[in-house]
Design a protein around this ligand. Structure first.
Ligand SMILES: CC(C)(COP(=O)(O)OP(=O)(O)OC[C@H]1O[C@@H](n2cnc3c(N)ncnc32)[C@H](O)[C@@H]1OP(=O)(O)O)[C@@H](O)C(=O)NCCC(=O)NCCS
Length: 204
């Protein structure tokens, strides 16, 4: 197992690739543009996503946007990319004199999977592992995920992996075809996830 030294991304601290029972998780590379376009190109995949590019060139602009690749994790089944995970590490809110202790303490998670492989629990398996990575390897305090309330497949996934619904927002998000619609937000704390591990010591 190799540890990729990448000081620009928190994911550089993880030993990649990471294996689960059925899947392999690895850092995203420039070559994943075409591999992910293979399923991103389906209109149904982009329905709830921020971007729904119509061509691979439009998708390239999204894929190559600054800083994005450093946050991407590819999910492989038998050598083929079947999904992608995104992790955005950010500071937690803190009062001014202790703000340093909240730096990089939480992460927002995201996911997109090939519909051809839906319904087998692959996304659940990959996101469970991503949460383990967040708490065990990255020693984060909290992970979050958000989606439109209508994206039932996504929030059901959040619930399957044990995340707690903490937000229900009313018509605060603008969807390209549905207009202003509701959103949901989920979270999980370190001492609730990764098999009930205790909170990392952030006092120092
Ligand atoms: C969100 C998304 C990843 C969920 O995919 P999914 O196929 O429902 O999730 P999983 O791969 O975990 O499969 C779960 C299903 O497999 C079933 N399953 C079978 N074997 C399973 C196993 N070993 N473990 C868990 N679930 C299993 C579950 O019961 C569930 O079926 P159900 O939906 O009929 O209840 C997918 O819909 C997607 O990529 N959507 C488009 C992109 C998107 O909207 N992303 C989120 C933006 S916020």
């Amino acid at each position: 197992m190799t540890v990729q030294g990448d000081p620009c991304s928190p994911l550089g601290a993880v030993g990649w690739p990471v294996h689960t029972a059925r899947l392999l998780l690895r850092r995203g590379t420039a070559e994943d543009l075409a591999r992910t376009w293979a399923f991103r190109r389906h209109e149904s995949v982009g329905y709830w996503l921020p971007n729904s590019p119509a061509t691979i060139e439009e998708y390239r602009a999204v894929f190559e946007s600054p800083g994005r690749l450093a946050k991407m994790i590819m999910v492989e089944l038998d050598g083929a990319v079947i999904g992608e995970l995104m992790i955005t590490v950010a500071d937690a809110w803190a009062q001014a004199e202790i703000v340093e202790r909240a730096r990089g303490a939480q992460a927002e998670l995201g996911w997109v999977f090939d519909p051809a492989h839906a319904g087998h629990g692959y996304a659940t398996e990959a996101v469970r592992e991503l949460i383990r990575i967040c708490f065990t390897d990255l020693r984060l305090h909290r992970v979050t995920a958000n989606c439109f309330a209508g994206n039932e497949a996504s929030w059901r996934l959040m619930e399957r992996v044990g995340m707690r619904r903490e937000l229900y927002t009313v018509r605060e998000s603008l969807h390209r075809s549905e207009g202003w619609i509701d959103g949901v937000g989920y979270a999980l704390l370190a001492d609730e996830g990764a098999g009930g591990r205790s909170e990392p010591d952030r006092s120092g």
